[in-house]
Design a protein around this ligand. Structure first.
Ligand SMILES: NC(=O)c1ccc[n+]([C@@H]2O[C@H](COP(=O)([O-])OP(=O)(O)OC[C@H]3O[C@@H](n4cnc5c(N)ncnc54)[C@H](OP(=O)(O)O)[C@@H]3O)[C@@H](O)[C@H]2O)c1
Length: 250
């Protein structure tokens, strides 16, 4: 299989790369930190995979479009759009710059890379496009308005693309993890409910991809709580959210 993974220098992306590293698989790994990417590539090669690394910033949209066009010259079996950032806000108004950065990295960069890849997948009548969204996209807390908004935009994109591409034999999957141990979550200073180890979290993602799950929120317990909150009348939901630790926002 020829598999492209963005954000492969650490966390989920790195472990997905290692998980798919086996004889017969060709991995194309993208991130900004070249040294880290090189280390991941070496570990993947030891496991038998053919590996190419691309040191690049997904926010450089013109470069992403070029990379997308170049990658699309050879059929891609699976692309995992995983690169992402989070910015926590303990209170006050979210700076516009944070919104801009989060929307660029977590949302806009995705289509810059996919623009040339999608028509090629349509031509080849096959392919898998996997998005790494977040449970935080389903409910927006005062401390993560920008992150939740960027991931909710990603959900809308993934949903529309899934309808558009299904008739062409292309599977679009949206994975919505809760908290998983990674560089991103290690920065968090609050207690993270139902946090999973990287190993378990990534295994869950790989299992969902293998089963071609179109929409996969996990862990289930956390998803059920969020779902129940969303089913409540708005005034009740507001009251409960304001009672949680997240009430420190404005
Ligand atoms: N961990 C969680 O609890 C959790 C939960 C839900 C969703 N997610 C999502 O999972 C994805 C992976 O996050 P993670 O937890 O594994 O965090 P992480 O360890 O911080 O990994 C983020 C990856 O994205 C890459 N990246 C960030 N900005 C980039 C840019 N401008 N250009 C290219 N690559 C960039 C990073 O590489 P470089 O810094 O080397 O560029 C890194 O490889 C993110 O989309 C995140 O929102 C994570």
């Amino acid at each position: 299989m020829r598999i492209v993974i963005t954000g492969a220098s650490s966390g989920l992306g790195k472990h997905l790369a290692l998980g798919y590293a086996s004889i017969g698989n060709e991995l194309i790994l993208l991130a900004r930190r070249g040294e880290k990417l090189k280390e991941v590539a070496t570990q993947c090669r030891v496991r038998g995979a053919k590996v190419e690394t691309i040191v690049s910033d997904v926010n450089d949209f013109e470069t992403m479009k070029t990379i997308g066009s170049q990658l699309a010259q050879t059929p891609i079996d699976r692309i995992i759009l995983n690169a992402g950032i989070s910015v926590g806000h303990s209170g006050g108004v979210t700076p516009f710059e944070d919104f801009h950065r989060l929307f660029q990295t977590n949302f806009l960069s995705v289509h810059a890379l996919l623009e040339a890849i999608i028509p090629k997948m349509i031509e080849q009548k096959s392919g898998e496009i996997v998005f790494i969204s977040s449970l935080a996209s389903l409910i927006s807390m005062p401390t993560s308005i920008a992150y939740s908004s960027s991931k909710r935009a990603l959900n809308a994109y993934a949903e529309g693309l899934r309808y558009q591409l299904k008739p062409h034999g292309i599977d679009v999957m949206n994975i919505l993890p809760g908290f998983i141990d990674s560089e991103m979550t290690q920065k968090n200073k609050f207690k993270m409910p139902f946090i999973l180890s990287t190993d378990i979290g990534v295994k869950r993602i790989m299992k969902a991809i293998a089963k071609k799950k179109r929409f996969h929120p996990f862990p289930l317990r956390f998803y059920v709580i969020i779902k129940m909150l969303l089913l409540l009348p708005q005034f009740l939901r507001d009251r409960i959210v304001n009672l949680t630790n997240f009430k420190k926002g404005i």
